[in-house]
Design a protein around this ligand. Structure first.
Ligand code: AMP
Length: 214
């Protein structure tokens, strides 16, 4: 299965990705995770991406597209993948389409998560991530058993630099301006499936599976 997870920051793409990976056995390709790993490791790419990310702006297309193409050529993507956070601009979507056409492939689904503005801010600013394993929590909605400590690996939980109120607001505006046009783009191709993602994540997950098949 080749699918794109589309939706504003805080819509629950990462949470659903973890469950969908388990269900369908295809890798999650998160461009945000790839950038964060590069920042942690101090690579050239990380240095270039960092400033944009901290400001809640998009990393320039030219730093993203080749990176994703290279990743999709790797062996573990042979039977499909879940793109999480890519494409984020019409240009990126067109480049992805060209790449797929060259491989004689197409997207099976674009899973679009719909969540209102205030709920997004609540989710983003309350989000905490494990420094060690990357597991995601929310101080109110999905609290860890022990405050500040990951249930899964005992790692320390931290807030992402771009999850402050100000940066979260900017990320949402950037989404509305640059990424939301992809909804129309994929509507035309017939791949778009819309989900009300304000509801419990289990309900949303079951609906996605019902829609895209076992
Ligand atoms: P995410 O983890 O998906 O919320 O992404 C975090 C940040 O990484 C975004 O706010 C952007 O700065 C950057 N980023 C991730 N994916 C992309 C992309 N496809 N195009 C441009 N910037 C991206």
């Amino acid at each position: 299965m080749r699918a794109v997870l589309l939706g504003p920051p805080g819509a629950g793409k990462g949470t659903q990705a973890v469950k969908l990976v388990e269900k369908y056995g295809v890798p999650q390709i998160s461009t945000g995770d790839i950038f964060r790993k590069n920042i942690k490791e101090g690579t050239e790419l990380g240095k270039k991406a960092q400033e944009y990310m901290n400001a809640g702006e998009l990393v320039p297309d030219e730093l993203v597209v080749d990176l994703v193409k290279d990743r999709l050529m790797q062996e573990d993507c042979a039977n499909g993948y879940l793109l999480d956070g890519f494409p984020r601009t019409i240009y990126q979507a067109e480049e992805l389409d060209k790449f797929l056409a060259e491989q004689g492939q197409k997207l099976d689904a674009v899973i679009n998560f719909e969540v209102g503005h205030d709920e997004l801010i609540t989710r983003l600013t309350g989000r905490r991530i494990c420094k060690k394993c990357g597991a995601s929590y929310h101080i109110v909605n999905i609290p860890p058993k022990k405050e500040g400590v990951c249930d899964k690996c005992g790692g320390e939980l931290e807030q992402r630099k771009d999850d402050t109120v100000e940066t979260a607001e900017n990320r949402i505006s950037v989404y509305r301006e640059s990424t939301a046009p992809l909804i129309g783009y994929y509507e035309k191709t017939g791949a778009l499936k819309n989900f009300n993602a304000e509801r419990d994540h289990e309900i949303v997950f079951n609906e996605i599976v019902a829609e895209i098949g076992e």
